[in-house]
Design a protein around this ligand. Structure first.
Ligand SMILES: [Fe+2]
Ligand SMILES: [Fe+2]
Length: 287
C-alpha cells in the first residue's frame, strides 16, 4: 500500500473584500500580507505534476485547502486539484476550511465541494468518515470548529473517539488535521493545538491506528512509534509552501508493506525532488 499524503494547500485566490465578513476580513488581509507569497503558483503546478507522475494507491489530503473558507476558494481548490481527484482520494477539513459558521452548517461549503472524496459518514451527528482504498481502511475526523475569535485550536470529542474505536474491527489509518505530538523545536501554542490531545492519545491506546496523518503545523516530520503512541505520526504540511529556516515543507509517500518506508519530496529549483524524511523518536517531542 503506497499512501501519498499532502496537507495545508492554502491555495491562493484573490477575493473581493466586500464578499468577506467578520474574522474572514482580518484573516484574508493577514494571508495577503504575510502568507500569499509563500505559496507561489509555480510550486503548486509543480506539486500537481510531481504527484501525477508518482505511483500510489491512496492520496490523502489532511485539510486547509483554503484560507478563509470563501466559496471562490473552494471552487479554486477543486479546479487545481481536479487532475488528482479520483476514487483513490480521501479528504478531510482543516481549521481554515471551517473559518466561520457558514463553513460549518447547515449546508457546509467543504462538504458541498468535496462530497465525492470525503468517504462514508458513520454517524449522522458526528464527523467520522471512512473510506476503503485499495483494501485499506482510512478514517477521517474533523478536529476544527468555527468560532468568531481568530484561533486555530482543535478538539475531538470523546464520543467521536469511542464511536470510531467501536466501529473499527480491522487495521486502519487515521487522518485528522491537528497534530497529536510535536517535536520540542515545534511546540504549538494553546491557541493552535488540539486542546485534548492527551485524552485522544490515551483513548487510542485501546485500538490504535497503524498510522496517523495530519498537517496544521507547516513543517514536515515523521514521529516513529513510541511508548505512548505505538503508531507513526506523519506531518506533510505544507505541501504548497516554500521552505525556509523555520518551515521544512513538502509531502510524503509512505510505503506500508511488512515494514514501513517513508519517502519525502520537496520543492527545489522549479520542481519536486526526493530527499530524506525528518525522523523523530517520541522522546524528542511532546504530546
Ligand atoms: Fe495550515
Ligand atoms: Fe491548520
Amino acid at each position: 500500500m503506497k499512501i501519498l499524503h499532502i496537507s495545508d494547500l492554502h491555495f491562493p485566490k484573490k477575493l473581493p473584500l466586500f464578499s468577506l465578513r467578520g474574522k474572514a476580513i482580518v484573516g484574508y488581509l493577514s494571508y495577503r500580507l504575510r502568507r500569499k507569497s509563500k505559496h507561489p503558483l509555480v510550486l503548486i503546478s509543480a506539486m500537481v505534476e510531481a504527484i501525477s507522475k508518482l505511483e500510489y494507491d491512496a492520496l490523502i489530503i489532511s485539510g486547509d485547502l483554503t484560507n478563509v473558507s470563501h466559496p471562490g476558494e473552494f471552487q479554486n481548490a477543486k479546479e487545481i486539484l481536479s487532475p488528482l481527484l479520483t476514487e483513490k482520494t480521501f479528504i478531510i477539513p482543516g481549521n481554515h476550511d471551517r473559518y466561520h459558521k457558514r463553513a460549518v452548517g447547515p449546508n457546509p461549503l467543504f462538504e458541498k465541494t468535496f462530497s465525492e472524496w470525503l468517504g462514508t459518514s458513520l454517524d449522522s451527528k458526528l464527523y467520522i468518515r471512512s473510506k476503503k482504498i485499495g483494501g485499506k481502511l482510512f478514517i477521517g475526523w474533523d478536529s476544527n470548529y468555527a468560532i468568531p475569535r481568530i484561533t486555530a485550536s482543535g478538539y475531538v470529542s470523546p464520543e467521536i473517539i469511542d464511536k470510531t474505536l467501536n466501529h473499527v474491527t480491522e487495521p486502519y489509518v487515521l487522518v485528522c488535521h491537528h497534530p497529536l505530538w510535536n517535536p520540542k523545536t515545534e511546540i504549538e501554542s494553546k491557541t493552535h493545538q488540539m486542546t485534548n490531545r492527551a485524552e485522544v492519545v490515551e483513548k487510542l491506546k485501546t485500538n490504535p491506528p497503524e498510522l496517523y496523518l495530519h498537517g496544521h503545523t507547516h513543517t514536515n516530520w515523521v514521529k516513529l512509534p513510541g511508548p505512548n503512541t505505538s503508531f507513526p505520526i506523519v506531518n506533510s504540511a505544507s505541501s504548497t509552501r516554500l521552505s525556509d529556516r523555520n518551515h521544512e515543507c513538502g509531502f510524503h509517500l509512505i510505503e506500508m508493506e511488512k515494514s514501513t518506508h517513508y519517502r519525502r519530496f520537496i520543492y527545489s529549483e522549479d520542481k519536486f525532488i526526493e530527499t530524506n524524511p525528518i525522523f523523530y523518536e517520541e522522546s524528542e517531542g511532546v504530546i
